[in-house]
Design a protein around this ligand. Sequence first.
Ligand SMILES: Cc1cc2nc3c(=O)[nH]c(=O)nc-3n(C[C@H](O)[C@H](O)[C@H](O)COP(=O)(O)OP(=O)(O)OC[C@H]3O[C@@H](n4cnc5c(N)ncnc54)[C@H](O)[C@@H]3O)c2cc1C
Length: 391
Amino acid sequence: MDFALTEEQRMVQHGVRDVARRFGLEYWREQDARRCFPEEFWKALAEGGWLGLVIPPEYGGSGLGTLELALAIEELAASGAGASAGFIFILNSVFGAVTIARHGSEEQKRRYLPGLAGGTLEFCMALTEPGAGTNTPRITTTARRDGDSYVVNGRKIFISGADRAGGMLLIARTSSVSTSGKATDGMSLFLLDPRSPGLEIRPIDKLGVHTSSTNFGYFDNVRIPLAGLVGEEGRGWRLLLDTLNPERIATTAACVGTGELVLRLAVDYARQRAVFGAPIGTHQGLAFPLARHKAHLELARLMNHKAAWAFDRGLPCGAEANMAKYVAADAAFQAADQAMQVHGGYGYTTEYHVERYWRDLRVFRIAPVTQEMTLNYVAEHVLGLPKSYGA
Ligand SMILES: Cc1cc2nc3c(=O)[nH]c(=O)nc-3n(C[C@H](O)[C@H](O)[C@H](O)COP(=O)(O)OP(=O)(O)OC[C@H]3O[C@@H](n4cnc5c(N)ncnc54)[C@H](O)[C@@H]3O)c2cc1C
């Protein structure tokens, strides 16, 4: 077993680190306060060729895998980008690039991948629905075939980045659960322009990750040409797993990187802040939680690299991806919470940065998959326990 990174993987780490150095904590504080997309950061990533990591060379990318993607996200998150790095790569490299590179038609690859690699196209995914929530097979947005197009009707919620995106991955029902037999049958994947007539995007205000918008999507007779279907009609669930597993891998990388960042802020502060005549870091009450979160983050990183390694070889990776995400999301948020504790009252102010990462990291215990659902996955698919909930 060889845990050493390849020369190419180290080059990815060094390369993105060079980009990240130009965007310090102050830059990220400002983007958060102004609630805006980090245009300059995005442009620097595009110019460095980092947005095309997982895109095959014939479409303008580097042809690397999700392991290299995870390494890049970890580095960028740890440098100050935090959860923003995760969102940028999840939306564009996973929802867009991985899905299309794996399952798109030649026409779809030629249409979308070069723009995703060059940073001229942004992507989003509309999966979650108000009525179905975590129970994805219960989505009710329909895509009905009508002549040379599909007609989509329904409502989606929590679509990250939909206000800016030029491409959307949509999951809709092409047949109902009752006619499909299995609940996971009858769902199909589509690619469309979020600015299509009949699709209304409305913003949702939220606690953190202000660099990425969150939106409702109202579909009222939205037409998608037949060429927008990804793979086979009604077989979307199988294909979607090749999007959701790398989404977990990218999320874990963002948690690990941001967790490392808040630990560094906490340690720096705990070494220099002295009350009662000694640095506060000498107190085990502060030091032990930091050490514990560090241990958990390292474990999550290892498991995540294993998940990415497996995904890149076409091997099953659901167990590893879910377990890594579970551990990473808790460890990173708890590390941020402890970093705030270490900073005392200063940690609650915006000047010391940790409150921002605390707000941002909280989302990863909920999205893209809740902690409870990762445990359900492990209980059912790893331990072989009976499913505790209905269809
Ligand atoms: C900032 C943000 C960005 C997002 N971006 C996107 C995006 O780009 N695209 C997209 O499609 N979605 C996106 N989401 C949606 C996200 O994936 C969902 O919010 C998440 O999957 C949970 O679904 P829900 O909010 O409907 O929770 P619900 O399904 O209503 O669950 C509520 C609670 O009940 C628990 N629960 C439910 N069922 C069970 C059970 N069987 N066992 C134990 N506990 C259970 C859940 O774990 C959760 O704690 C985003 C969400 C947020 C907050």
